[in-house]
Design a protein around this ligand. Structure first.
Ligand code: IPM
Ligand code: MN
Length: 352
């Protein structure tokens, strides 16, 4: 008998529960086929629970989640809750509390998927972004003075620790080695303006690089990265960057790989509990209509199994996603797939 995995399932808000349900469907099919078992526990953290109880997260949430091998998350964000409350209170809070210091976001264009980039195909768009996930502008440092007056001052500081930066960079180098493609890590920064933060990043980057003589290094400013992700995405293999830049460039990445319907990511603590999620939001307007694309969530489930060491199952899920995308769906957009959410999940599960 294979291993048993304890998975915490947090469907969350909007279409989150619909897409995690399809991810779970595929995980169960993979468990049968690849001889492992799953112990799934649902957690109702999200906007509905907050509106009902007034509590964003119970105090022991992180401790509860730590009892699992991984967390499978749908989406956080509710139209009746002020922006920021749930995002900071749940998503960022858990990323920090579980010390998920890497946000790993593959940008891979599957065959037959439309990219808005003219003359670019799957051979050109195949890289990953390693986003620092616990520091930078997201750390919440700063404050406000004289709020609401003409003299108001707002300061939001980017926190970069040597330890935090270095462990992120090291992960990127290890990942480039494991990926074994171009064996190149590109540091995405802004050394010409953010001369404190990215000086630290740059020094750490080249110091760590010395431990990886087999990996090539590149550097580009974040604005140039945006340009090249559109013009020459084939240049990239592994991009490492801070939290804010990583947030921004991965939405651009999601678009060139076919949109939010397919983009998945993992919040990773290599020594702890990691959390996998589709990178799009809760898409409230599509809730309950069986039209949202579950492939990003299924892709997140695939990353989760890969992370847990079920590489064969992960490969089979990826192959099945590729097959369904290439041979079945009309489009990756909500409502235009030619199939409903549950049918897409069925097809991926059946074709493992
Ligand atoms: C993401 C999201 C979050 C972030 C928001 C919802 C806080 O945009 O996962 O990229 O900025 O990290
Ligand atoms: Mn984002």
């Amino acid at each position: 008998m294979g291993k048993n995995y304890k998975i915490a399932v947090m469907g969350g808000d909007g279409t989150g529960p619909e897409v995690t349900a399809e991810g779970v469907k595929v995980l169960k099919a993979a468990a049968d086929k690849f001889n492992f078992s799953l112990q799934l526990t649902d957690f109702d953290y999200g906007g509905e629970r907050y509106l009902r109880t007034g509590e964003v997260l119970p105090e022991n949430a992180a401790e509860e989640l730590k009892k699992h091998d991984a967390v499978f998350l749908g989406a956080i964000g509710h139209p009746e809750v002020k922006p920021g409350v749930l995002e900071k209170g749940i998503l960022l809070n858990l990323r920090f509390a579980l010390d998920q210091y890497i946000n790993l976001r593959p940008v891979i264009l599957y065959p037959n998927v439309d990219t808005p980039l003219k003359d670019k195909g799957p051979e050109d768009i195949n890289f990953v972004v390693v986003r620092e996930n616990t520091e930078g502008l997201y750390a919440g440092a700063g404050g406000v003075l004289k709020k609401g007056t003409p003299d108001e001052v707002a300061v939001q500081e980017s926190i970069n620790t040597r330890k935090g930066v270095e462990r992120c960079i090291r992960f990127a180098f290890d990942y480039a080695r494991k990926r074994n493609r171009k064996k190149t890590v590109t540091l995405c920064g802004k050394t010409n303006v953010l001369t404190f933060a990215f000086d630290l990043w740059e020094r750490a980057f080249y110091e760590v690089a010395e431990e990886y003589p087999d990996i090539k290094t590149e550097y580009a400013h974040v604005d140039a990265i945006c340009m090249w992700m559109v013009k020459n995405p084939e240049w990239f293999d592994v991009i490492v960057t801070d939290n804010m830049f990583g947030d921004i460039i991965t939405d651009l990445g999601a678009m060139i790989q076919g949109g939010m319907g397919i983009a998945a990511g993992g919040n990773i603590n290599p020594a702890g509990v990691s959390m996998f999620e589709p990178i799009g939001g809760s898409a409230p307007k599509y809730t309950g209509k069986n039209v949202i694309n579950p492939l990003a969530a299924i892709g997140a489930a695939q990353m989760m199994m890969d992370h847990l060491g079920e590489t064969e199952a992960a490969q089979a899920i990826e192959n099945s996603i590729k097959y369904v995308v290439a041979d079945k769906l009309d489009s990756l957009s909500a409502g235009k797939m030619g199939y409903g959410t549950t049918e897409v999940g069925d097809m991926v599960a059946e074709n493992l």
